[in-house]
Design a protein around this ligand. Structure first.
Ligand code: NAI
Ligand code: DG6
Length: 524
């Protein structure tokens, strides 16, 4: 917790000449090993092992951290807030299936483990909670706040969401009632017209303005001061917006974007206003929806201010399965030829997505998720060849937040045969998304406390310690359409995304990447 001293908070220490602990920092010298490949011109390659030395520095002091959600009064916003309060209070409640207790299932950080190594005596694996690899914030300690264009208090909004059991809601009603979203930026053209009737808590003005940016910045500062916080993370879990048009001179550079905001240009989305305010305030901003919040000018602004951004679109149910299953099929040498993905859902997200422009944003983010896996297999697929892929979403109020995701995967197997896999996946949408919201906050916060430099021991000119790139692609595991630093590849394959996350965390404490060779059990 925030009050634990660095010395007592560690579950393990690393015993290595490359790792040094002080009260305030963990300092590590790390050899990053890759393979450099050159092409001979005759279609053959030369692969050369390469080693780059880095210094990593981890700030051990766990900061008092706040999470501010845009769209706080929505299904995700109310569910994640209720879940954290229930965990903090250690609540249990009755359901028709028996008692249930608060947990963090579905959170990689809080619910999964990582192999630390092998027990020196028993030769058995030693696994530790992911949360204990680096000195991370505990979600129970997060201060929570945010904005919504609907002014309903969080208890009423939680009822509107119809996600949680009444026996749980009754126990947290008092705390939830006291939580009321701040007024937000509402530009009606960006979300579906069917959302208008809930927009009763809006800042005046229906297009971009510097006043809006300044108001959001002030809200962040006030929240920080009121709760005595060291850090704040802002996350968009508000309605899916339409894509903003990319207009040269408007959103292509940081300066043009700031001018466009000043001039009230109509192609600046509310989500971009929140991103800009967060960047200027130096707090990480994560986009949990699919729209193109991070226009080029916004990314450049983040880079200029050395501020962190991450996105886009939480990867919760159908797409998480897809990014695991397609990875498995194609890695197994099976030629996937079509994916048909249908969804129907009855929550407010589904209602908003029943409008064509907002659906289009979601269709794009749900459709591009297999590209890297297909492109990587040049045995099965010719250059440019791609499986057919369709995504359908329908609004069916009766099923509420319990989205139905139906998928058919059709593949070519040995000697002209076929494999057809049909999935029926009932995704309790907000209960799947809430732990991702927590993971994104905890990992983004952790990344603000990790610095690197080229190692002074490898003869390179000694550089100052600096941050990771502003675009936090390490968050990819939680996101459908991962944003990566301009010009760098997007990785959608779930196992690779997890590998990047765990191995970067391991590197920061001088541990080798996880490998599954287990030679110790094979070479007798
Ligand atoms: P929701 O519709 O229940 O909540 C969205 C909230 O945002 C509403 O309370 C609405 O009043 C508010 N809002 C709209 N525009 C706003 C603005 N400019 N400023 C502040 N508040 C605003 O939707 P839900 O289910 O909570 O999902 C939120 C977002 O997360 C959607 O874009 C959805 O597509 C995305 N998402 C959800 C996933 C899930 O599994 N639940 C997974 C992936 C993405
Ligand atoms: C219909 O697919 C509605 C969407 O908002 C999804 O529920 C949400 O994006 C989660 O999608 P997925 O593919 O990660 O389950």
């Amino acid at each position: 917790s925030a009050s634990t001293s660095p010395a007592t908070q560690d579950l393990f220490t690393v015993s290595s000449p490359n790792v040094a602990y002080s009260d305030s920092e963990i300092n590590t010298k790390y050899a990053y090993r890759t393979t450099s490949v050159t092409e001979n011109g005759d279609g053959k390659f030369v692969a050369t092992p390469k080693e780059t030395l880095y210094d990593f520095k981890v700030d051990r002091k766990i900061p008092k951290t706040g999470m501010m959600l845009v769209g706080w009064g929505g299904n995700n916003g109310t569910t994640v807030t209720a879940g954290i309060i229930a965990n903090r209070l250690g609540l249990s409640w009755d359901t028709r299936e028996g008692p249930r207790a608060a947990n963090y299932y579905g959170s990689v950080v809080m619910g999964s483990t990582m192999k630390l190594g092998i027990n020196a005596k028993t030769a058995e694996d030693v696994n530790i909670p992911f949360h204990k690899v680096l000195p991370m914030v505990h979600p129970n300690d997060l201060a929570i706040g945010g904005w919504d264009i609907s002014g309903m208090n969080l208890a009423a909004a939680m009822d509107r969401a119809a996600v949680l059991e009444p026996t749980l809601k009754a126990q947290i009603k008092k705390q939830m009632t006291e939580m009321v979203p701040l007024p937000s930026v509402y530009y009606p053209d960006f979300i579906a017209a069917n959302q208008e009737d809930r927009a009763d808590n809006c800042l005046s003005g229906s297009k971009a303005s510097l006043e809006h940016v300044e108001q959001i910045r002030k809200d962040i500062r006030d929240f920080k001061a009121k709760n005595g916080l060291d850090k704040v993370i802002v996350q968009w879990t508000a309605n899916t917006e339409r894509f903003a048009e990319l207009v040269p001179g408007v959103n292509d550079t940081a300066d043009n974007l700031m001018k466009a905001i000043e001039n009230g240009h109509e192609e600046v989305a509310p989500s971009t206003i929140f991103a800009v305010a967060s960047i200027l305030e130096g707090v990480p901003f994560i986009n949990g929806s699919p729209q193109n919040t991070f226009v080029a000018g916004c990314i450049e602004l983040a880079e200029k201010h050395n501020s962190f951004i991450g996105g886009d679109d939480f990867k919760s149910g159908q797409t998480k399965m897809k990014s695991a299953l397609v990875d498995f099929l194609i890695s197994a040498g099976i030629k996937l030829t079509s994916i048909a993905s249908y969804n129907h859902l009855g929550n407010n997200d589904g209602k908003n997505l029943s409008s064509q422009k907002q659906f289009r944003s979601k269709e794009i983010s749900k459709s591009n998720v297999v590209d890297d896996m297909v492109a990587a297999n040049n045995v099965l697929y010719k250059k440019g060849e791609h499986p057919d892929h369709t995504v359908v979403i329908k609004y069916m109020p009766a099923v509420g937040d319990n989205k139905r995701a139906l998928d058919e995967y059709y593949a070519e197997i040995f000697m002209g045969g076929h494999q057809t896999i049909s999935l029926f996946n009932v995704c309790e949408d907000s209960l799947l998304a809430s732990p991702l919201i927590i993971d994104l906050v905890l990992i983004a916060e952790m990344m603000t406390r990790i610095q690197w430099k080229a190692s002074s021991t490898d003869g390179a000119a000694t550089k100052e310690f600096g941050n990771f790139h502003s675009v936090l692609s390490i968050l990819s595991y939680m996101l459908k359409a991962p944003l990566t630093p301009p010009g760098t590849p997007v990785v959608n394959a779930l196992a690779k995304q997890r590998g990047a996350l765990t191995n970067i965390f391991r590197a920061c404490v001088g541990l080798e990447p996880e490998n599954d060779m287990t030679l110790e059990h094979k070479l007798f």
